[in-house]
Design a protein around this ligand. Sequence first.
Ligand code: HEC
Ligand code: HEC
Length: 611
Amino acid sequence: MRLKPYYRLFLFMLACGTVVAEPALYSSPLPLVADQRGEVIYVGEKTAQQIARIIPRTGKPDKRYPLPAQPNGLALSNDGKKLYVTVEEPAGRVYGIDADSGEILLTIKTGHTPMAPTLSPDEKTLYVCNRFNNNVAIIDLASGETLKTIPVVREPVALALTRDGQFLFVANHLPTGAANVDHMTSVINVIDTKKQAVVKSIPLPNGAIDLREMTLSPDGKFLYIPSIFARFLVPTTQIERGWINTHALNIIDVQRQKLLHTVLLDDIDRGAANPWGVACSPDNKYIVVAHSATHEISIIDRAALMEKLAGVPEHDATRKFEERADNPMNNLSFLYDIRRRVPLKGNGPRNLVVLKNRVYVTEYFSGSIGVVALDPTLKNNVRSVSLGPQKAMNTVRKGEMYFNDAALCFQQWQSCSTCHPDARTDAVNWDLLNDGIGNPKSTKSLLLSHATPPVMITGIRPDAETAVRAGIRHIQFAPASEEKASAIDAFLKSIQPISSPYFVEGKLSEAALRGKKIFEEESSCIYCHSGTYFTDMQKHDVGSGTEREKGVEFDTPTLVEVWRTAPYLYDGRAATMKSTFQTFNLNDRHGHTSQLTEKELDDLIEYVLSL
Ligand code: HEC
Ligand code: HEC
């Protein structure tokens, strides 16, 4: 067969390595870790299911290790020889990998969606967050056995171990409790590793939620935790000056295990939305924060910050303190002249490390590593180095990028993901204006929104397409481009439910099987929560309305993934599934539950939480 000349040329170029076939998967770099000498950096490419080894001098990968699943966390032994990788799966695993060859040396079973692998100083123990089991596992590396799991508050996502190995700080992604309250915050748990128990819980200030990462200062004295700082007590009538969401750096005194200060990362007229990664320079001169929705990093002069903070009162949890004008958490220009905001060239920064005088940050959507010189006078001081050829973005991927992008919002104050982290819920109530003012509603997960019209708990929007466009116009305060809105639709339609942590080996437990029968027969839940998505897509008055919502009919919500979306009911008044029925099901209007024994109710709940 004779090949056409251009095809021959193509084959020739392919053979010479000048043309590389487009990869089948997106790269999505997320976690990264450097060796102690700063000679190599390992990057977990999440959706590409591999690890790339990067040479800091060039920023380019020189090796790739394939993995059986998506990496979301990395740790490296002190001698730089062994990598520990957590992968994002319901039947979670940690892999121990030879850092030089990529060979998988050991596989350890953990819980649901393990994250943040952290080695003890003697490297005998590995700590891991089991995000959706709401616990932290203590793993003995010699035997691969989990010695103990320690319950924490909700969705632990980051760990920081004191240098002596005694105290393990745990960042909980979301707050817990009822949402129809004035105070909601994510909590930092402190585990005493000798006692193997939580010895302290440190609440962040009111509205500090959506935690992703944290870091200890190189001297081990301070813990830095970026967060969203939601102003959920006011109606969403405007967005200027961070009226709805601001963004913060929380500073904890490690020795006293106490929150010292919270400072805002935004500027008066420009949000610094969705902070994610945080790291200190090894010389302790800078604290660097990655802003995932505004594609920039903040480089904060640490000494200047501490000096400025010495002049303001320490945090206390009273309302009076939180409202003080001299409190840095109310001051949008507190970091003025002690912090530089450096725009990145890539999209979606996540985690970062600082080596000598450069910052390396994973850029999730552009599949690259941002390399930023701490010295701004250097030529070419901000680069974005591609991890290799990238798969061209389809509409779903673009939609995911827009969903996470504060560029869609006036003055970059927030993205959709600010209130809908991972396209789910931030667990707080917001007074959106689509159904009037003064009647806050619990943020809904967007899983299956498009498949279950109408949307909003009041059913006030005919479908999710309408809600997406209304969101861009009325919550982001920006004109909605049809191209972006329909890409967001495509992304939201593509998200798949995650299997429940209540499943036992992929199946309903015995208790859940008994509960299924109650759900379908005795309690007639299935009357409204019917079909594949457990909703009849109709409105009903289930007696849940109080005060101005008395007698209001609400849209039957889907129950798929309801294990993940507490608190429940339209105003989030039910902190737990049990209280939804035990405390708030008046006169059995919301299914027949009053006749159930305690055990039967537990079975029913076990089933619902398994959906
Ligand atoms: C300030 C927080 C906030 C932001 C920002 C936000 N939302 Fe929401 N969203 C909510 C709340 C609260 C609800 C539930 C309101 C209700 O049920 O009445 C909701 C509900 C929705 C729903 C309906 C879900 C359903 O199944 O009923 C959709 C769709 C939606 N949001 C999309 C978006 C998109 C797209 C963006 C970005 C353009 C966005 N949201 C930004 C708070 C927010
Ligand atoms: C008459 C129709 C109907 C019946 C019967 C019914 N539900 Fe519901 N369910 C609804 C409606 C409407 C809501 C929304 C109520 C609200 O937000 O205040 C809801 C809300 C819920 C929620 C909260 C979801 C969330 O995200 O906040 C759960 C859980 C739930 N139902 C489970 C059940 C169970 C279990 C039963 C049987 C014991 C049941 N439902 C019976 C209509 C019904």
